[in-house]
Design a protein around this ligand. Sequence first.
Ligand SMILES: Nc1ncnc2c1ncn2[C@@H]1O[C@H](COP(=O)(O)OP(=O)(O)O)[C@@H](O)[C@H]1O
Length: 239
Amino acid sequence: MALCCSLSFPTVSTKPNKSSSSPICSSLQLTFTAHLPFSKSSSFYPNNTLLQTQCRGNPSTNGPSFLVVGSAKKQEPLRVMISGAPASGKGTQCELITKKYDLVHVAAGDLLRAEIAAGTENGRRAKEYMDKGQLVPNEIVVTMVKERLVRPDSQEKGWLLDGYPRSSSQALALKEFGFQPDLFILLEVPEEILVERVVGRRLDPVTGRIYHLKYSPPETDEIAARLTQRFDDTEEKAS
Ligand SMILES: Nc1ncnc2c1ncn2[C@@H]1O[C@H](COP(=O)(O)OP(=O)(O)O)[C@@H](O)[C@H]1O
């Protein structure tokens, strides 16, 4: 949140609120994106704010409530940054947002893995840090992200930047290159829910689909039998 304030990003933030009823977590995702206020036909409201709305989660399903504040200084292309802890639902939101608004999804982790796969010197150096679970130095990451954002598809369609920035120095570095988002989305989920999600998360190695033992159980016994757990899906990761 400090990042958003210091750089004056318009912010979308999800906030926990256990004392309420109505939409559940899964419908939150749809409501959430449906209300993002940057459709091309949107009209302008005073002081550039198109929408401010609140939605409350269902305590029985751990659905968070959220506050959406949107800005419409310009209509397109849209530039969005998204941030959230592991298991905060970032992957799901990224998929929904990029699909709905036809943005280029730029994930810092994916860019790094592509460098490694390409066998570049940067990839080789990045791997040393990633293998230890450490952040890759800015001199590698900043240039890599910047180069992806200046590519024609990002410039023409707009972008959703995921996994970057992870520090204020990364945010400032990108700002110095002239990249400022129209919107910063911060997914905030209570720690106990993150732990529950991470510990119950399972991967189907055959289809690549992610299940949750409680919230999204496998459809058949056959799938259940082959589910695996990611080695880093531990309580420590979420906390
Ligand atoms: N913005 C970044 N700055 C530095 N290192 C990063 C950044 N984004 C990703 N990485 C590196 O890549 C790894 C994988 O990132 P990611 O795919 O986002 O998965 P995770 O959510 O497990 O961190 C991170 O653990 C880190 O080493």
